[in-house]
Design a protein around this ligand. Sequence first.
Ligand code: MG
Ligand code: MG
Length: 256
Amino acid sequence: MARLGRSGIPRRTADELRHMRAAGKVVAEMHERVRAAARPGVTTASLDRVARDVIERRNATSNFFGYHGFPAVICASVNDAVVHGIPGSRVLLEGDLLSVDCGAIVNGWHADAAFSMGISAISPDAQRLIDTADAALDAAIRQMRPGRRLGDVGAAIQHVVSSAGYGSPRDFCGHGIGRAMHEDPDVENRGKPGRGLELHVGVVLAIEPMLIGGGRDDVRQLADGWTVVTADGSLASHAEHTVLVGEHGPEILTRA
Ligand code: MG
Ligand code: MG
């Protein structure tokens, strides 16, 4: 059982963290392989197979496949898709903005991470949207220190995103992670510094800024029941890591 911190967010033991680091390494390898395979002419379904191959070789389990019936081990969200795109027959083209989200389970412990990338040459605007998602995630990760609060994490993301003129969907956010992929608390992509639950050593959160290029926050879901797209048709980007509040600072568990 997870120990509850004073804040109410579970604090992971050394043993639990060992499994979460192992799951994180699998996710990092999935990212690496998918990134290398994503180029003009390939389908998003073929990227799902690349990720599935890593899961199988590492004797891990997917926490995406079968999640409320989700049919794949990655989400592949292209251009105006923000999150939850279903891999399929769509062929990637030069200039596409691809976001990939995936996770893994090792010995019952979860990791979850996402990245966005350009397919071959992309527009400077699209690249800036990707870079800003990475910058927002970095800023949030720097808040993952004992004594900081959830509001500090959200505020760090909000500052980077809104300073760049981008929007962010209000109904989607990061989350606690451990024995399940989605645990309490919600980790919102906005917040007030100094507010919210306190972070203690051993807390692990999945932090995931989602950016809307058009600057508004509105999204809608496609008829497939999954894909979330920007309401104004503008590009979107997404970045995520599973991050530990370590004794000496943040530790990214989903980095190779
Ligand atoms: Mg997540
Ligand atoms: Mg994710």
